[in-house]
Design a binder for this molecule. Sequence first.
Ligand code: ZN
Length: 201
Amino acid sequence: MSATITPAQRIVIIRLWSQVCKDRSWKASDRDLRLAKFSELLGREIPSMDDIERIDECTKLMKSLKAMLGTDLNAARESDDQTINQARVIRSQILDNLIPCLELYIEDVRAYLTTIIESKNRYRQTDRPTRELTLMDLDARQLKHIQYTLAGRLNTLRNKKGETIHQMKTRAMVYCTCSECTKGRASHSVRASLPPTTIAA
Ligand SMILES: [Zn+2]
């Protein structure tokens, strides 16, 4: 009985290896790199893949390669989740705070927003969907950029109208963080926690 790996085992190992390479941007066709890494994982120098012993080493190698892959996949997933979460937070800040205020000064905020999004993301025009771009199409970095732009525009519009931030936010019915409101909320926290009927009476 041969002590070396079977063709089937070889296929599994090569497949795992090419996934690892893809994850790490390594060249899968680099035989020297492959043998060097396999030697490292097995803890002994192997001159060729045929030199891998059938049971123990084969299992060890598969496990190690899967571990390399698993770690990378989890790390990638985690950073993806973080970016998606960040995008979600910025998107809701735009929708909950900026848009209601912009609506005080601009008639068609939706069209206004689309124009800004599209002018800021011109490079996307070649492969963009045929429909108009929306906040949902943007990643966290792009959303941050739109948020800054909108906040700047809003500031200009508000000043033109001669309103304070508090006046604007009160009219737009969005949560105001000015010092007056913050102080008010703190001293009325007991009252605010009472049911609405109690306050009305
Ligand atoms: Zn206020």
